[in-house]
Ligand binder design. Structure first.
Ligand code: NDP
Length: 241
């Protein structure tokens, strides 16, 4: 197994944290980024106590300067970034006619601009090395529109579109879209219309899958040889329908 330098955005909870733990256990060096550094610090302490290799940095994916610093620090310390996992996301759901424009903008800023910022920050170094892997976490919402998740679906469809375009342009860099279905995380715990979020939370708790299933799918894509690009993986609850 080649030890890779893997950067994970949104690593302070849920899929990002679980993926960082999974890849560290597989022997990779993981760099965890998010805004809640207390959570990142605890995860890194757990990993290093277990003899694994990890570090963290504060990161706001809506701010290109912050994302560039996250990538540049890793490049300065390790000389390369092998894998960037653009995982950070938010899902404050509400019907369009509720006109929660601030929530729309937040989803665009985190879910779409955040991914683009990650690509912008890492692409020059990966292109220069003619090597690297960008993994974007989309959603089953990238495949169909469901109210009250219209803007969320739009951002995730856009993430798929950007990923497909990047894959077509990149002959040396692997590009993977991983699309989870209902997964038990903190995604529905913040923002959005209260009733809708409670209903989504109940659904995720009843039929949702564990974040470890998504982490394993990401681990599978990472583990393939350089010439093999796992372009798209959808992992959803059997009961999701
Ligand atoms: P969580 O809420 O547990 O994790 C979201 C992560 O995103 C947190 O670590 C949060 O960290 C981070 N984040 C949010 N805003 C920012 C920001 N501005 N800058 C940096 N990090 C940020 O939810 P999940 O683990 O479920 O979500 C991970 C990804 O999976 C998201 O892209 C989500 O859309 C996607 N997904 C999840 C599904 C599910 O059912 N759970 C289904 C389909 C897709 P912090 O607040 O500390 O910054």
């Amino acid at each position: 197994m080649t030890r890779k330098i893997v950067l994970v955005t949104g690593a302070s909870s849920g899929i990002g944290e679980t993926t960082a733990r999974h890849l560290a256990a597989a022997g990779h060096h993981v760099v965890l980024g998010a805004r809640r550094t207390d959570r990142l610090k605890q995860t890194v302490a757990d990993l290093t106590a277990a003899g694994q290799s990890a570090e963290y940095a504060q990161l706001d994916v809506t701010d290109l300067t912050s994302v560039q610093a996250f990538v540049d620090d890793a490049l300065a310390r390790h000389g390369r970034v092998d894998v960037l996992i653009n995982n950070a996301g938010v899902m404050p759901l509400a019907r369009l006619d509720a006109l929660r424009v601030d929530d729309w903008n937040q989803m665009i800023d985190v879910n779409l601009r955040g991914v683009l910022h990650g690509i912008a920050a890492v692409l020059p170094a990966m292109s220069a090395r003619k090597d690297g892997h960008i993994i974007n976490v989309a959603s089953t919402a990238a495949y169909r529109v469901d109210s009250p998740g219209v803007v969320y679906c739009a951002t995730k469809m856009a993430v798929r579109a950007v990923s497909e375009g990047l894959r077509q342009e990149s002959k040396d860099i692997r590009v993977t879209v991983v699309s989870p279905g209902f997964t038990r995380t903190e995604l529905t715990h913040r923002g959005g219309d209260t009733q809708t979020q409670e209903a989504m939370r109940a659904l995720a708790e009843s039929v949702g899958i564990d974040a470890s299933s998504i982490a394993e799918a990401i681990g599978y894509a990472v583990a393939q040889p350089d010439g093999v690009d796992v372009s798209e993986i959808v992992v959803q609850a059997t009961a999701q329908g």
